[in-house]
Design a protein around this ligand. Structure first.
Ligand code: MGD
Ligand code: MGD
Ligand code: SF4
Ligand code: MO
Length: 854
């Protein structure tokens, strides 16, 4: 069938993909060399998308409770539940909670139904947890949520500041563009992050600031530029408005090491071509909006904006966070970047032909779930997001959903922590099945295209919403028959944005034919620097905004540590898709709490042992890793693990629900916490073909080829029978050390499961035995956990694409490879997606301590 051009399912870089399909449910993935966002590059997650398109675990039929029902029945139920709530409790008793993983068409339709016809603005999105502070900062600075930069600015910059961004892991292809710029023009890279991440390790300068120190740092940097005479006075006078007294009140204390500050100031002063890319370390804070404006202030006042290689560049997380913002998916805006003024409301009501348009902003996510909890919201429809995991204080959110009389979930997966709490589950089309558009971090609109036919009874999200609208009696306004028709309506509606002085403008697509929509090439609205024409404010000037750091919290003696949360390189959010890939599981199999060695000593924690992380909101067990990359007093955990994959490590239950006053975005990165050592009586791992959900205080399941690897730990005795399939067993035991090893072959003699338990000893490496699953072999080898005739041990996998292990990389380095390119030439490691290049670079730096393979 040939190659189909589409866009990656994951991050906001928005890489173009060439997908080769053959009529089955498999796909060969390659980067699209013609897509401007990536020019053929892909990271590990994009490269391994093919491993995640199977139908295992999919929701394929509408369900009411555990009963499969027809679409007619399911849609009828959703509509009647919603109608009953509106009639009895008013439109504000209804809410939608949607996602930056919807396509623009889906998002537009959901927003139109809620704001235009239900008549409430109670539609919010997981972008509230993600980009809301950047949105608020843009609105304060220039009156519209416009990102003023483009990816070409990375190549044109002499200095890149990364603020709260682990780019090498979270936006890897943007990172590769930075690597290229550094090589080509010697671009300097500064990473501002309390942790020494893999991104920070590769920087020219890493500033390990205290949590939430960004506003003080950027304000001090602005004051320092003023002191050095490095402001752009003409630009300030002609293009910016400055609040009275602004310069007198500037705080000059950067709150970091003086020498580091001086180097930062020297670099910034010397680099007119400077971009500041900011992400969740900036946004996810109770002072996130001020952080954004502190960054923007510096760029405005020094004229480092609207020119090649210059500007404040908010990088978006999800594939369509930007599209969602454009169509008005946030409770705080109307569609097409419009606000709630009488004129803007009138335009929207006229365009949609409705007299039911909402009157005022709706509830923002944290507040929305509070209203669900208190019973003010009685109907909630959740689409393409997993709030039972990803909201802060997720335990409270679960309680809210459990109490709510009407919970509808549209998802592609049958069982998620959120779907478990739904009354009605609606099967949506997944990536590779759905058709529509997404907008990436640089405002570039690209097509996602269908590769496979719809499985089961799954339907497009936009169609599901439109069908419910029709059953509510609003069918005429929701009568599209294809995503192209929805897109044309949205594109036409962006004319309203222009009429109200905004930059958002897709109107040239309003009359596109179906065929033009089908062939749509990636295009960028607003051009490379949309604010260069004019700032979209009434007077055409940008606003410098007075900002202040969040008030210092008095230390809580019960919770003396700071809990920071974030992402792993090869997992995506709540792991519903990346968790299916055996290759992506290699990078990190368990949720780890990273602790500075001094804190580990104080709490008597062992590297590789277990610890309980506790906050005022919950407690969870994690594997411990000591790390010099943490600041003392601060710990880091990943956000990814859920009830579906673990009993432990579920971070959402720990995070605080405190929010930024302007954006309503929660401060996920700075929750008071404490640590305690946990010493289990026994530790074990199970490799099995079937999924097992153990009754153990700590367990984590990850994918291996042909099955699962489950790590376990607990107290008292181990119930081996509950973990293993029935059938004959091969077993060894050493009572003294509390060791037991049991292998269970299936009827054909292939390995069906092995369980290794120890009380005081060690457990063998997992990779060899995991590979034996579903294969013939010898019982003695299975119980030894290794081959009798060992093949040279590759060591832990470094390069997922070419299957290269740590020992092979070490051997190449020992044989004289002196940089990542030479290691690549010798082993192929790092030569495909490049996500492992930072690991290889670190191995090169720590060369003398490595042992080569024999
Ligand atoms: N592999 C992978 N990639 C992803 C995703 C994923 O789940 N997995 N998700 C996507 C999405 S939706 C998003 S939003 C992005 C997020 O991308 P990032 O923002 O890069 O990711 P995070 O790990 O959440 O946080 C980034 C860094 O902020 C730092 N930080 C914490 N507190 C502060 C602070 O006060 N100041 C500063 N300056 N830094 C601080 C943390 O230590 C962390 O290293 O990633 C996208 N890409
Ligand atoms: N502690 C902590 N929590 C965080 C963060 C953090 O840094 N720390 N980051 C926050 C951020 S930035 C984000 S963006 C959120 C992300 O958090 P979520 O949005 O909750 O995470 P996902 O796992 O991406 O959830 C997407 C859901 O939609 C389903 N899905 C996928 N495609 C489709 C589709 O086409 N249609 C439908 N209907 N469903 C689909 C998936 O199966 C999955 O259940 O997490 C936030 N939570
Ligand atoms: S950087 Fe990786 S995850 Fe993000 S869009 Fe590109 S391939 Fe996908
Ligand atoms: Mo995000």
């Amino acid at each position: 069938m040939g190659a189909i051009r589409t866009t990656c399912a994951y991050c906001g870089v928005g890489c173009g993909i060439r997908a080769e399909v053959d009529g089955t449910r498999s796909v060969a993935i390659a980067g699209d060399p013609d897509h401007p966002a990536n020019r053929g590059r892909l990271c590990s997650k994009g490269t391994h998308l093919g491993e995640t398109v199977g139908l295992g675990g999919r929701l394929l039929h509408p369900m009411v409770g555990e009963a499969r029902v027809s679409w007619n029945e399911a849609l009828g139920q959703v509509a009647s539940r919603m109608r009953a709530c509106i009639e009895r409790h008013g439109p504000d008793s209804v809410a939608f909670y949607v996602s930056g993983q919807l396509l623009t068409e889906d998002y537009y339709v959901a927003n139109k139904l809620m704001k235009g016809f239900v008549g409430s603005a109670n539609i919010d999105t997981n972008s509230r947890l993600c980009m809301a502070s950047a949105v608020a900062a843009h609105n304060r600075a220039w009156g519209e949520d416009v990102v003023p930069c483009s990816y070409d600015d990375i190549a044109a910059a002499d200095l890149i500041l990364l603020v709260g961004s682990n780019t090498a892991w979270c936006h890897p292809v943007a990172w590769q563009a930075m690597e290229a710029a550094r090589e080509r023009r010697g671009t300097k890279l500064v990473v501002i992050d309390p942790r020494r991440t893999e991104t920070a390790e590769r920087a020219d300068l890493h500033i390990p600031l205290a949590p939430d120190g960004d506003t003080a740092l950027f304000t001090a940097l602005l004051a320092e530029m003023a002191r050095r005479g490095a402001l752009d006075d003409a630009f300030l006078r002609d293009a910016c408005s400055v609040p009275p007294g602004f310069w007198d009140d500037l705080n000059h204390d950067p709150a970091i090491d003086r020498a580091l500050f001086a180097r930062l100031a020297d670099l910034f002063a010397a680099s007119p071509r400077a971009i500041t890319m900011f992400s969740q370390g900036a946004n996810q804070s109770v002072g996130g909006t001020d952080k954004g404006n502190a960054i923007i202030n510096l760029h405005l006042a020094t004229g480092r904006i609207n020119r090649p290689g210059a500007g404040p560049f908010s990088i978006t997380g999800q594939p369509n966070a930007m599209g969602g913002r454009e169509v008005g998916g946030l409770a705080s805006t109307l569609a097409c970047h419009l606000g709630f003024s009488a004129e803007e409301r009138a335009s929207v009501a006229r365009f949609w032909g409705t007299d039911r348009l909402c009157r005022e902003p709706g509830r923002k996510a944290v507040d929305l779930f509070r209203a669900v909890h208190s019973g003010k919201v009685r109907f909630v429809w959740i689409m393409a997001t997993n709030p039972a995991v990803s909201m802060p204080d997720a335990g409270f959110v679960r309680e809210a959903l459990a109490r709510c009389p009407h919970v509808v979930v549209s998802d592609v997966i049958a069982q998620t922590d959120t779907a478990r709490l739904a009354h009605v589950r609606l099967p949506a089309l997944a990536w590779g099945e759905k058709d529509g558009t997404v907008t990436n971090s640089e405002r570039r609109v690209s097509r996602q295209r269908r590769l496979f036919p719809a499985p089961g009874e799954a339907r497009a999200d936009w169609r599901i919403v439109a069908d419910v609208a029709a059953r509510m009696g609003w069918g005429e306004s929701f009568a599209w028959s294809s995503p192209a028709e929805v897109f044309r309506e949205y594109a036409a509606m962006t004319r309203l944005a222009r009429e109200h002085g905004k930059h958002l403008d897709l109107a040239e697509w309003a009359g596109c034919s179906d065929c033009e929509y089908e062939r749509m090439p990636p295009f960028q609205w607003g051009g490379p620097h949309p604010l260069a024409r004019r700032f979209p404010t009434a007077d055409g000037k940008a606003r410098i905004v007075a900002v202040s750091p969040p008030a210092a919290r008095s230390p809580d003696p019960d919770f003396p540590l700071r809990l920071n949360t974030g992402r792993y390189r090869d997992q995506w959010h709540t792991m519903t898709r990346t968790g299916l890939s055996p290759r992506l599981a290699h990078h990190r199999r368990e949720p780890v709490v990273e602790v500075h060695p001094a804190d580990a000593r104080r709490h008597r924690l062992l590297d590789g042992g277990l610890a309980r992380v506790e906050t005022p909101f919950g407690a969870e067990l994690f594997r411990v890793a000591t790390s010099e990359g943490q600041r003392p007093g601060e710990i880091f955990v990943p956000m990814h693990w859920t009830d579906m994959l673990a009993g432990g490590g579920r971070t959402g239950k720990l995070a605080q629900p405190a929010t930024d006053p302007h954006s309503g975005q929660p401060g996920f990165k700075n929750t008071p916490a404490r640590l305690a050592r946990v010493e289990p009586d026994w530790r074990a791992f199970l490799v099995s073909r079937r999924t097992v959900t153990p009754q153990a205080p700590y367990w984590v399941r990850s994918r291996v080829a042909r099955g699962w690897l489950t790590e376990l730990a607990g107290f008292g005795t181990v119930d081996c029978d509950a973990l293993l399939p029935a059938g004959p067993r091969i077993e060894v035991a050493d009572r003294e050390r509390g060791m037991r090893r049991i292998a269970v072959p299936d009827e054909g003699g292939d390995l069906a499961a092995v369980l290794f338990v120890t009380r005081s000893g060690t457990l063998p490496a997992r990779e060899w035995i995991a590979e034996q699953l579903g294969m013939p072999g010898s019982g003695a080898e299975w119980l030894a956990g290794r081959s009798a005739a060992p093949a040279p041990d590759k060591g832990p996998l470094v390069c997922l694409c070419h299957d290269v292990g740590e020992r092979q990389v070490a051997a190449a380095i020992a044989a004289g490879a002196c940089d990542t390119a030479a290691v690549g030439a010798a082993t192929k490691a790092g030569t495909n997606c490049g996500s492992c290049r930072p690991v290889i670079a670190r191995m090169l730096e720590s060369r003398p301590t490595m042992e080569p393979a024999e």
